[in-house]
Design a protein around this ligand. Sequence first.
Ligand code: ZN
Length: 289
Amino acid sequence: MTLPPDLPVIDHHCHLSPTGEGVRAAGRFARAGGTHLFLTTQSYAPGPILRLETYREQFETTERLAKSIRTETGVVVYLAVAPYPVDLVQAAAAIGAAPALDLHRSALDLAGRWVQEGRAVALGEVGRAHFPVEPDVSAAIDEAFQYALAVARDAGCPAVVHSENLDADGMRALARLASSVAFPLGRLVKHYQRTVVPPEARSGIVPSYLARRELCAANLREDGPWFWETDFLDDPKRPGAVLDLETVPRRAKAVAEQHPEDVERLRIPFVSSVEKVYGFAPSREGSGR
Ligand SMILES: [Zn+2]
């Protein structure tokens, strides 16, 4: 069996770089059967980010890349923009925690404006460092995270969360934090989730599962909303650090070939979850907003 022609095939979280494989990687994704990418911004240069202007240029670089992908490959690209939470660690070391937090807040405000202008569909990545940091920096990161959730709440968009892998307790704690700023849990996406958490234990949080073979086979049985992602990094210096961009289309095709009875379940990550979490249908035309 082949995939239904009307079925979008979506990688919910990846990064691409103008100095990496860039548009060519999206071309491979398209040839493998992929149709839509959620492209998350990233820092494209080494060193700490110390000016708001640098974030503006970074978001614009991501946007330019998205447009080239759309024109050259036909893949529909949705942007997620935000200052990366870990940026605060480097910036705090350079200028101190308080000024670094101020800059981070301004960059989050900028990201919120991009969503309101329809240039991005989510704030991402926001969240925490996945490694231990100094107490004052850790406090700044926590404050930045709450601020990010408030910005996303006001912009009416999902927040794509970077954090350690979460079990049911971790999801409960994250849900509590989000609820403290009245952020709607149905728009709280935990990206790079590496263990299946059943719907009743998710505290309303939406997992975006790393598309490893066993993880996909296990979570396909679960009710949505949930997504599949590669977190492709497009860093030639770190090949194989994350999954390749062709992975999600390959997983979808494998379902069609090996478990044709499950093909309709692929509408969970590729259609209904996008509608529920983002509030638009993943159409083949335009940006969907
Ligand atoms: Zn990422």
